[in-house]
Design a protein. Sequence first.
Length: 540
Amino acid sequence: METTDLPITLVSWGMALMPIVVLLVLLAGRQWKATQAGPIGMLVAGAVALFALQTPWQGVAVASGKGIWDAVYILYVVWGALLLYLVTDRAGGYDALRRGVTRISRNEVFVVIALGWVFSSFLQGIAGFGAPIAIVAPLLVAYGLKPVYAVAIPLIAHIWAKMFGTLAVGWLATVQVVDLADETAAAFQSALLLTIPAVLGGATVVWMYGRWAAVRHAAPLVVVIASIHAGGQLALTLVDPVLSAFLASTAAMLALYPLSRWSRYREPAQGITERPAMRHDHAEQADERDTPMGFAMSLLPYVVLTTVALAALLITPLQDALASITFGLPFPAVETGHGVAVDGVEAYSPIAPLTHPGSFLLVTALVTWVVYRARGYYRDTAGGRRHGIFRGLLDEAIPASVPIIAFLVMAKLMDHSGSNEVLALGIAAVAPPTAFAFLSSAIGAVGAFMTSSSTSSNVVFSGLQQTVAELNDLPEATIIGAQSAGGAIGNAVAPANLVLGTSTAGIGGQEGAILRKTMPWTIAATGLTGLATVLIVALT
């Protein structure tokens, strides 16, 4: 960690925290839309950087440029996911999929778990970067869930796979920025702490659907899936962390078929009278809508997406060829008045477009459109909507892009100004070792909230966490594990993820409503992770 003269005082700590507080108050408290709250948070972060932390205008400009470039990475997923959604929706694919799913199992709890938890986790294992939210949210809406729940459920459910998903991109980034004495121990303890969101996530999905009656009914199923997810990932980190989340999530997907034959989950559940997540009209709509598409054809987008992603990521010669094409933007070195220095780069955060999840979505959307068009599905959809895919894409994607850019610029302003260091060092300065161990996961969660990325949270805070762990004689592997778990958990409230979900679920502007669903879970999961971290430290 570089030496700086950042002021670590209550006033400076409060100023550094201000952009986060403003964002939370506006989104959750005042119920502002993300398009309104995002720019305000960005302006507050800029003001703090300029006037409180002595960041020059050049530093603000560089941070803003990097934030916009970071947003491009996410927006490629957003636009690709929205295109795939519209291509499928305009052809009546979601109506056909819903009908087909109900034939596999008439048990709503089972279907919500299968789509919202198992399938979203599988997508995180192979694609990640928002794809689980963007793809699963409209599926759940089509099945009959209220849109707010349709977004909140996959947001929470796939968290356990964030660190080691997408072929462990978060883990690989972490070991690049910190020199770990025992990488295997750090990976194992990260996976150990991620068992908390794995179990809590599954239970919360069921509780959201039908409260305690549903939890009692689904308890055996939750135990089986959580054991496959958490236990599989934990064991595989000892063998190969890169494949741990992918193989565990794939095993859970394969387990769905025999579980659907279990009489307990084949027929409708009895005694669940309260179903707050379900729309009351979904059964009637399912009967009234008609579509020429069959169930097998409705699965085409997801088969193509899986095939494309696996081929690009697992076939080594193909992956090497595709990944060889990269490009990034040059940025100069900058330094604040307090000595926070950021080196210049020739190519900042280079993107490999051919292995980017957005490209997987784009290819999938094009293949799906060609097949569906050839089969005549675009004449008229069941809902009476015509084939206005491009116009629909512009109408949905442009409003979603504005807040994402604002959120990512805000994150970079906080990073380059030293706000993040002030926050973390302020906690370390007043917290004794045990308290810091408890709060280490919270630091990771705050990092994910600010950057909308568990990977970015680890890149920003892992070095600091390692340094403070050494100063306080805390086990390095445990603190890095807590940072990793916290970074994953924080994605459930990350603003860019909220916007991604509301965009594909058709409820743009309701980010605050979703935040109020996911925030209690995030606090609970972070707190339990903190307690588990303290326990591991005590036993180490």
